[in-house]
Design a protein around this ligand. Structure first.
Ligand code: AHG
Ligand code: MN
Ligand code: MN
Length: 337
């Protein structure tokens, strides 16, 4: 055994990062530790989902009108619970809850951050053993500390995120998070139950060979998107195509793969649903932040995702995200129409 081998855990890493930030209080490290703890609990349940009676619909419908799976509720409770009991979070917004929840106890009122999350993304894939995930974005509250957090703390533009991340429950379980300083990935080492730094300083390759989109909706996309998909399927000198099409139906897994390998992920608006399916506050914004810090781009087809002024917690947005050269090609197609 190599006794000199030193692998940083998530806690060690976030605490080391504090050295670079004057006046840091360690609250963000605490919040990430809380999220890591909830992730480990969810991971245990995800891994035994086939063994216990945790599969299937919980018999209710969430605020988007979709069936709620039991694991969605379990994950929501875990993330809400750790963030409430920790000392860093003044309130949360979740896909599974109708409205924001501001924690009104004395400790939480003093907390610096609010967190918006999709507790379980890709939950339609649980029953068939395909990767699923959790997505989160963290904002510094804008109201005074000491007060109960209010709507303006939760409805901030994506540019205001101080950190964002995701957990992927896949062939291994990973937590990836970004601050403005960079994107780092941690793989759960089940032997010690710790997330350990496995993917330091992740950069999104400027181009790639993968495009990810739901082809079933092709005839519902607008002309610019169709034109780009057409280019993806052709051999051209500029793009180096044809590209490979990969679409899991779990955004976390699709964007994670494209972030590491290079690629583009699209969930455009359709004729039936002009705003698409994905939710701005806890699906698009966190990923836009992560991918931009890694060197990629994210837009809604008209505007940078992170610049969109939000109006409601559950608003939807078209989403185009990935390697910067592929995004530039897409933007050319969309502007030419
Ligand atoms: P959720 O499970 O949180 O509702 O999100 C599922 C999302 C996203 O992960 C995925 O990219 C997309 O739905 C897939 O939608 P389609 O089946 O319409 O392609
Ligand atoms: Mn989702
Ligand atoms: Mn979800």
């Amino acid at each position: 055994m190599n006794v000199n081998r030193r692998v940083l855990t998530l806690d060690e890493f976030t605490i080391q990062q504090l050295r670079h930030i004057p006046n840091a209080t360690g609250e963000l490290s605490g919040l990430l530790r809380d999220i890591g703890l909830a992730a480990k609990r969810v991971n245990v349940e995800v891994n035994k989902a086939g063994l216990v009676d945790i599969l299937g619909d919980a018999g209710s419908v969430n605020v988007q009108g979709e069936d709620v799976k039991k694991l969605d509720i379990f994950a929501n409770d875990q993330f809400t619970g750790v963030l409430h009991h920790g000392i860093s979070c003044a309130g949360i917004g979740s896909e599974e809850l109708d409205d924001f929840v501001a924690f009104d106890d004395a400790v939480s009122c003093q907390s610096k951050y609010v967190c918006l999350f999709d507790p379980l993304d890709g939950s339609g894939n649980i029953d068939v053993n395909v990767s699923i995930g959790t997505i989160f974005g963290v904002y510094r509250r804008v109201t005074e500390r000491g007060e109960v957090a209010s709507k303006e703390d939760f409805l901030q533009k994506g540019t205001q995120q101080v950190a964002a991340g995701y957990i992927i429950y896949g062939s291994s379980t990973m937590l990836v998070y970004a601050t403005r300083r960079g994107v780092n990935g941690f793989t759960l080492d089940p032997s010690i139950g710790e997330f350990t730094l496995s993917h330091p300083d992740i950069k999104c390759p400027p181009t790639g060979k993968i495009y990810s989109v739901n082809h079933g909706n092709f005839f519902q996309y607008d002309e610019g998107v169709k034109k780009y998909i057409d280019i993806c399927q052709k051999k051209t000198k500029t793009t180096g195509g044809p590209y490979t099409q990969r679409y899991i139906g779990s955004m976390v897994a699709d964007v994670h793969r494209n972030l590491i390998k290079g690629g583009i992920f699209m969930y455009p608006g359709t004729i039936d649903k002009p705003k698409g399916k994905l939710r701005l506050m806890y699906e698009c914004n966190p990923f836009a932040f992560i991918v931009e810090v890694a060197g990629g781009k994210a837009t809604n087809g008209k505007q940078r995702i992170l610049d969109v002024e939000p109006t409601e917690l559950h608003q939807r947005s078209p989403m185009f995200i990935g390697s910067k050269d592929m995004m530039a090609e897409l933007e050319t197609c969309m502007s030419e129409k």
